[in-house]
Design a protein around this ligand. Structure first.
Ligand SMILES: NC(=O)c1ccc[n+]([C@@H]2O[C@H](COP(=O)([O-])OP(=O)(O)OC[C@H]3O[C@@H](n4cnc5c(N)ncnc54)[C@H](OP(=O)(O)O)[C@@H]3O)[C@@H](O)[C@H]2O)c1
Length: 259
């Protein structure tokens, strides 16, 4: 049975992906900081007859990707599918948000993702087989005033993923960038987004994490380069490329402001 490694598997999209892969009879390596949650998930899913390895790791620490790789190698496990899903955002003016928290976001959303990909790739290249999914966002398609670092990290993830998709295609490996729009998870609370104007927030086309994970799973298995769940999200990513950038910046600035 194949092994899939999912970072950020304790809640939200990562947890829903774990459920799908367990039902599809993949062994799981689930990574997050909340070990109690991972223990609960292991108990919930192991009756599906799959092996579940849980690893407590704070991926915003620079040494974590190498530690994670070593711990998996020590268990003689080869990762067939890698899902870089762990990530967070922060809402607020760049100059007012805590700089260390913003640098931590870059470390988690970008640096860890790159390093984990780099560490697990050689074995996939050797076997000429492997699948990688990096969770970006519809935020990747334009800059985001009042979430400047978050949007920029997701642009990086999309650009990086598409570039290595092209590099690795001939080596039997696919790379998929999953770009969800607003999704009902812990993300909004963690990003401090509760204070956004509620009337405006209601306009967002929220999807369930379950739906996003299912669409992501199907795109990943087909080896698609970019997967944008939902018609409105797909349309939005096309429109922002057609209208003037100033207009896009003003709309997002207004949307992300607290009044
Ligand atoms: N929700 C949305 O609207 C939305 C839209 C587009 C893209 N996304 C992206 O989707 C991905 C999953 O987010 P989600 O919406 O499912 O949010 P979520 O419910 O907050 O889940 C985030 C996951 O990442 C883990 N995580 C956070 N910080 C971590 C760290 N330092 N080290 C290891 N794991 C960490 C969390 O686990 P622990 O807290 O246990 O560590 C959790 O399992 C993220 O990359 C996010 O940017 C979300």
């Amino acid at each position: 049975m194949k092994f899939v490694l999912i970072t950020g598997a304790s809640t939200g999209i990562g947890y829903e992906l774990a459920k799908i892969f367990a039902k599809e009879k993949y062994n799981l390596i689930l990574v997050a900081r909340n070990i109690e949650k991972l223990i609960e998930i292991r108990e919930e899913l192991q009756n599906l007859g799959v092996n579940i390895v849980i690893i407590k790791k704070d991926l915003s620490r620079p040494e974590s990707p190498q530690e994670l790789f070593n711990e998996i190698a020590e268990k003689n496990i080869e990762v067939d599918i890698l899902i870089n899903n762990a990530g967070f955002g922060l809402l607020g003016p760049f100059n007012e948000l805590d700089i260390n928290a913003q640098l931590e976001m870059i470390q988690l959303n970008i640096t860890s993702l790159v390093q984990i990909t780099y560490l697990f790739l050689p074995k996939m290249i050797e076997k000429r087989s492997g699948k990688i999914m990096n969770v970006a966002s519809t935020a990747a398609f334009q800059p985001g005033p009042y979430m400047a670092i978050y949007y920029a990290t997701k642009s990086f993830v999309l650009s990086f993923s598409e570039a290595i998709y092209a590099e690795l295609k001939s080596k039997g490996i696919t790379v998929t960038a999953l770009c969800p729009g607003p999704t009902k998870t812990e993300f909004q609370k963690r990003a401090g987004m509760e204070n956004i104007n509620l009337e405006r927030a209601k306009l967002l086309p929220y999807m369930s994490a379950e739906k996003v994970a299912q669409i992501g799973y199907e795109g990943l298995m087909k080896g698609k380069r970019v997967v944008i769940p939902g018609f409105l999200n797909k349309l939005g990513t096309k429109l922002v490329r057609l209208v003037p950038q100033t207009f896009v910046l003003n709309v997002i600035k207004k949307f992300n402001s607290r009044n």
